[in-house]
Design a protein around this ligand. Structure first.
Ligand SMILES: [Zn+2]
Length: 422
């Protein structure tokens, strides 16, 4: 029998409390699409779908003629499937974890260390930093997706210091004035911003809880009186406070850009970039690591010193934080999201309605393909038999294998593919 190198996966679901509940979750909808027998509990959050070989959520192989049960076990027995460059560069491991996220309430504000800092933190505090790898991440919106990313332009932060005295009080006048005086001097701005953020993060709990309660009361009263509260970012502040009352992270919205991504728009979270996911559904791809340094909106451990030291304090507008996608020169139906890191690239494949035969091109690396919309019959020299593709199907495609699709849906197909182009 031919060796099977293309096969469907049943992927792990994570029911974290912040996830969208029941069938309002894209994760739950994809689960039902991929497996009509899947039972969705209306009261349960469906936060993440993990498409990869991570030990905490290794995908199961949906082909009982293959002797290994999971993708991770199969790759261990078939490392050549990764492609020779990936196999050598990443020690025989799939370098990325591909996910779908459905976010109902905010995830913690965080940043991820670069490789050098990750190795140092892991050596010093293995209980908080479980491995020595970096963790760049990319989020691509499936529905309107909100997040926080990177420090705002200084003029915006100074504006909030004027309109939100409760915020200015946490930063303190000396640091606020230093920031004011640094405007226009790129070298001084970073240092002044670091001082302001560090002051706020080191405030005593009683102080910031009092200021937050004052701010919430003021905005609530202003809104009740019919006044505009956008100069205090009132709507977002009240929303985060309702999710994380008394949390210092509520004030971080005055430092960080509020991102609103439309479907297909992306943000890339490189090393040391402060970020948070607030709401919506997205594709996410990341290097395999769990190293996260948190800054608020969380009941978990916050390592304030490490966080304040490591962050990228280069202010930039929200528009500069949208990651530019690019058309693939070799395929008119593919859009590339290709960050400048070796670990992963994401492709969005949109087959138009008029096209009925489409080939998922061979690459010299392994990849994972998720069908978001559309139906097709897939054939491959490396599959046992035809594979029916529909919304929610996840395929593992080994290096150098192609997959031919006979598209059956009237409206074309939308798929996302994660791979590693070295
Ligand atoms: Zn992150």
């Amino acid at each position: 029998m031919e060796e099977v190198r293309v096969f469907p996966l049943t992927c792990a679901v994570q029911n974290y409390a912040w996830g969208k509940v029941g069938l309002s979750s894209e994760v739950a909808k994809l689960l039902v699409g991929g497996d009509p027998l899947a039972v969705i509990d209306d009261g349960k959050p469906y936060a993440e779908l993990w498409m990869g070989a991570h030990p905490k959520g290794d995908a199961e192989i949906k082909d009982n003629r293959i002797s290994q049960r999971t993708l991770g076990e199969w790759i261990t027995h078939n490392p050549a499937s990764l492609g020779s460059k990936v196999k050598d560069t990443f020690q025989g491991q799939l370098p990325f974890l591909f996910k779908v996220l459905s976010v109902n309430t905010a995830l913690s504000i965080q940043a991820h260390p670069n490789r050098e800092l990750a190795a140092k933190l892991h050596a010093q505090f293995p209980e908080h930093y479980p491995d020595n790898n970096h963790k760049p991440e990319m989020a691509i919106a499936l529905t309107r997706f909100q997040g926080l990313c990177g420090f705002r332009p200084v003029e915006e932060i100074l504006g909030f210091m004027t309109f939100v005295p409760e915020f200015r009080a946490l930063v303190g006048n000396a640091a606020a004035e230093e920031l004011q005086c640094s405007v226009g001097d790129a070298v001084r701005v970073g240092g002044a911003l670091k001082k302001c953020f560090t002051r706020m993060m080191n405030c005593e709990k009683k102080m910031f809880v009092d200021k937050l309660n004052m701010l919430v009361k003021r905005i609530t009263e202003e809104a009740a009186a019919g006044h505009e509260t956008s100069s205090s970012h009132g709507e977002l502040l009240l929303r985060l406070h309702s999710q994380y009352p008394g949390d210092i992270g509520c004030f971080s919205i005055y430092f960080l850009n509020h991102m609103v991504l439309e479907p297909g728009e992306a943000m890339f979270l490189g090393a040391n970039e402060p970020h948070a996911y607030l709401s919506g559904d997205c594709m996410e791809c990341m290097a395999c690591s769990d190293n996260t340094v948190r800054a608020g909106l969380t009941p978990k451990y916050i390592d304030v010193n490490t966080l304040c030291e490591m962050l990228n304090y280069s202010p930039a507008p929200a528009s500069a934080k949208i990651f530019p996608s690019a058309p693939d020169p070799s395929d008119p139906f593919v859009t590339l999201y290709d960050p400048h890191i070796p670990d992963f690239t994401v492709m969005k494949i949109q087959v138009p309605a008029a096209v009925k035969q489409y080939t998922v091109a061979p690459l010299d690396c392994a990849g994972i393909l998720l069908v978001i919309e559309g139906d097709a019959t897939a054939t491959s020299a490396a599959a046992h038999s035809d594979i029916a593709l529909c919304r929610g199907t996840v395929l593992f495609v080994s290096a150098n294998e192609s997959v031919s699709l006979h598209v059956e849906s009237q409206a074309g197909m939308t798929m996302y593919r994660a791979c590693c182009l070295l």
